[in-house]
Design a protein around this ligand. Structure first.
Ligand SMILES: Cc1cc2nc3c(=O)[nH]c(=O)nc-3n(C[C@H](O)[C@H](O)[C@H](O)COP(=O)(O)OP(=O)(O)OC[C@H]3O[C@@H](n4cnc5c(N)ncnc54)[C@H](O)[C@@H]3O)c2cc1C
Length: 342
């Protein structure tokens, strides 16, 4: 891959790889077992300047691009999907703040970059996931400000978030035309955070429901134009889906490395199992995909928490759901094909 990378991208990859190997990998199994957000690792990524990776210079960023963010994502995910997932949240948030925030919102960017303020995005609701246009949370004008009511589901970093970008219905029209984004201070009265969701994988992300009951917001809470946030969310997905794909790639890389090393080391019938054609076929297929095959190559050990592949297998499953399920992604691709063919 080296020949496809610029010098800046190579330097970034090496920095992210060193940090991931030295700091994340030794703690990844503990984060998975304890299911607690690791604030010091989050701060460590901030201190490396990773959160502003593709933010413009004038806003305090490193002026790299989406490719750079994907490279960093891949390196972090090789060591922990959950930590990589936590990295994606501020990277996307600062871009969103810079593009859609008021001056007050933009003033928070340095604190997000430094890891002092943890952001979260709350679009999904218990009854509306893929169907974003159907969300029911409402924000109505209240004197000088807004009154927010509703319940958001599956908020990544929701348990620790200081500022939450909440997507809410602000108009009377049905569907996507009446949705706005409001920035909510997580300390306001009327906000209740649910229990840490007990997930199959991706432990340590403090994923939870958040309920807003008559939360009073200041007048300048709106991010971007009123009733236009559906488009803003969809445009954000164009970037966040790349990040998610890079995360899955990083985990697939880790699975491939673990399976190859295990197959070289593990002996059955007097020889390393890498010598059996069936295992070779799986490794060959895996050079393209298949964390599941990597688990298979580990045999019974792959089903045990003593091996990293067990965690990779659970964590990577989220990539088929988060940021749009596989079915929704196919719909989007099919619509695009249809549009281009018209
Ligand atoms: C660990 C985790 C973290 C998350 N973090 C966040 C977050 O930070 N912020 C946030 O807002 N959300 C977050 N989400 C929510 C995530 O975006 C949704 O789970 C996802 O969009 C799917 O929505 P759903 O779970 O309601 O499933 P549903 O939309 O109910 O889908 C159920 C099934 O129906 C299928 N389906 C639905 N509609 C169609 C259709 N039109 N055509 C074909 N098939 C269809 C789906 O593909 C799926 O197989 C997170 C979810 C998880 C699990």
């Amino acid at each position: 891959m080296d020949r496809f990378y610029t010098e800046d991208q190579k330097a970034l990859r090496d920095t992210a790889r060193r940090f991931a190997q030295a700091e994340i990998l030794p703690r990844a199994a503990t984060i998975d077992r304890d299911d607690r957000f690791d604030r010091s690792l989050y701060k460590g990524m901030a201190d490396l300047g990773l959160f502003g990776i593709c933010l413009r210079e004038g806003a305090g960023g490193a002026v790299l691009d989406a490719v750079a963010a994907c490279i960093a994502m891949e390196e972090l995910a090789r060591c922990s999907g959950a930590v990589a997932n936590a990295f994606a949240i501020p990277v996307e948030a600062v871009l969103f703040f810079d593009q859609h925030g008021t001056e007050t919102h933009k003033a928070l960017i340095p604190q997000i970059l430094s890891g002092e303020i943890i952001p979260a995005t709350a679009v999904s609701e218990p009854d509306h996931g893929s169907d974003v246009a159907g969300i029911r949370t409402t924000a109505v004008r209240d004197g000088n400000g807004w009154l927010l009511d509703g319940t958001k589901a599956w908020v990544t970093l929701g348990g620790v978030a200081d500022r939450i970008m909440v997507f809410a219905r602000t108009g009377t029209e049905a569907g996507h035309r009446a949705i706005s984004c409001l920035l909510v201070d997580g300390r306001l009265p009327g906000i209740a955070r649910g229990k840490n969701e007990e997930l199959l994988g991706m432990h340590g992300l403090e994923d939870c429901q958040i309920t807003f009951a008559g939360v009073r917001l200041p007048a300048d809470s709106l991010m971007g134009p009123e009733n236009q946030a559906f488009k803003m969310a969809m445009s954000n997905f164009n970037f966040s889906r790349l990040m998610m794909a890079s995360m899955a790639l990083g985990m697939a890389q880790a699975a491939f490395e673990d399976a190859t090393a295990y197959a070289k080391d593990r002996k059955q019938f007097g020889q390393p199992i890498i010598g059996f054609q069936a295992v070779q076929f799986m490794l060959a297929d895996m050079a393209m995909k298949h964390v599941s095959n990597a688990l298979q190559i580990h045999g019974g050990n792959g089903y045990s928490r003593d091996y990293r592949i067990e965690r990779l297998f659970r964590d990577v499953r989220l990539a088929q759901i988060y940021e749009g399920t596989n079915q929704i992604q196919r719909l989007i691709i099919a619509r695009q094909v249809e549009k281009e063919a018209a």
